[in-house]
Write a protein that binds this ligand. Structure first.
Ligand code: NAP
Length: 334
């Protein structure tokens, strides 16, 4: 079981002792910057000149500096640009400004765990990973609630790295829910596994295959979309609120019987073997190597696959049906 850190065991003042640089002002970065500032921390934003983020951060009232300058001026530097940008940004802008005694923080363990970045020995290296998107992190904070957050330490040069990570997570509002201590390896590997086999890769391919099966059998595509794609939100929400067993209590006997007798035929030993193989690729670093190679080569394969998938006939059906339901907010994070 992960160790949980209650608010009373956290020094909330630590994060207010020196400036915090938020490098990247996107999904996570904006929420971190706003929550930290509202919790009393002094926040600078590191962004590239002329980018949309720079303008947005200035409009939100932050001082915006070049990434190297923000790093030099701060005690804690949170790198929240996309993982595939970390190596270049770290080597070109952060490393020259990363003097000993600073804390380098990440919201996902990928770059450190897979050695995309190798921080110098004198700095603390910590993970503060909210378990959800920045929009949720911010909206819960404003409601007086919090998003659970994972913390970990990869390098403890000062002897106080965990305390800094806990204080940062507390300022995000996470102790209003739960702050859990883990490792960079466990956070990174479980996060990649979950997104590949369930919440992104598994789910998207499951709904697409089910849609194709019904349409190939001659059923109207609107029905195939409603039953196999659109309804996912309802069931995912039930699972989030009640757990899998609770979801089963909330559905009809017919649905529950079909779930428990037919589900194991869809997720069978072949699926489990594929899951195990995918996990091994993550653990060995093969996935990270492949993805970083793809990204460095210009991301052409990702672009091609994304374009091909977006051209699937199911997308057209979805667009037409969503137009009939204006209450669906495409920007909502749930
Ligand atoms: N998204 C999530 O739900 C989530 C949850 C937990 C953890 N994380 C982790 O949080 C980190 C950030 O993810 P994110 O989704 O917040 O990223 P994101 O929204 O895609 O980040 C966009 C930001 O990065 C900046 N940026 C991109 N390339 C840059 C470069 N080469 N130099 C300087 N700035 C650059 C962009 O600036 P411009 O406007 O100038 O392009 C923008 O401010 C990642 O490590 C991710 O794994 C994400």
């Amino acid at each position: 079981m992960l160790k949980a850190w209650p608010a009373e065991d956290i020094d909330a003042e630590l994060i207010r002792k020196g400036p915090v640089a938020i490098v990247g002002y996107g999904n996570q970065g904006r929420a971190h910057a706003l929550n930290l500032r509202d919790s009393g921390a002094s926040v600078l934003v590191g962004a590239r000149e002329g980018g949309t983020s720079s303008a947005r951060a200035k409009a939100d009232g932050f001082e915006v500096l070049a990434v190297g300058e923000a790093t030099r001026a701060s005690s804690v530097i949170m790198l929240v640009t996309p993982d595939e940008t970390h190596r270049h940004l770290f080597e070109s802008s952060l490393l020259p400004a990363l003097q000993p005694k600073k804390t380098l923080a990440f919201a996902h363990g990928f770059s450190v765990h897979f050695k995309e970045v190798t921080p110098p020995a004198g700095v603390d290296v910590v993970l503060v990973a909210p378990t959800g998107p920045g929009t949720k992190l911010r909206s819960l904070y404003l409601q007086g609630q919090g998003l659970p957050c994972l913390v970990a330490v990869a390098q403890d040069a000062s002897g106080g790295a965990l305390g800094t990570a806990l204080s940062y997570a507390h300022a995000l509002g996470a102790s209003r829910a739960r702050i859990l201590e883990t490792t960079f390896a466990a956070e990174t590997e479980t996060d990649l596994f979950g997104e590949q086999v369930v919440v992104c890769g598994g789910l998207s391919h499951l709904v697409t295959a089910a849609f194709e099966t019904l349409v190939a059998a001659g059923y109207p595509e609107e029905l195939a979309y409603f039953e196999c794609v659109h309804q996912v939100e309802l069931l995912a929400g039930l699972i989030q609120r009640k757990g899998v067993a609770g979801m089963r209590q909330a559905i009809s006997g017919t649905a529950r019987y079909g779930d428990l007798t037919r589900g194991p035929r869809v997720i069978d030993e072949h699926t489990r073997a594929a899951m195990e193989a995918i996990l091994r690729e993550i653990q060995s670093g093969d996935f990270a190597k492949e993805w970083m190679g793809e990204s460095r080569a210009g991301g052409k394969k990702l672009e091609r696959l994304t374009r091909a998938a977006a051209g699937h006939p199911m997308e057209d059906v979805g667009r037409r049906l969503r137009a009939l339901m204006p209450w669906i907010d495409p920007e909502s994070s749930g």
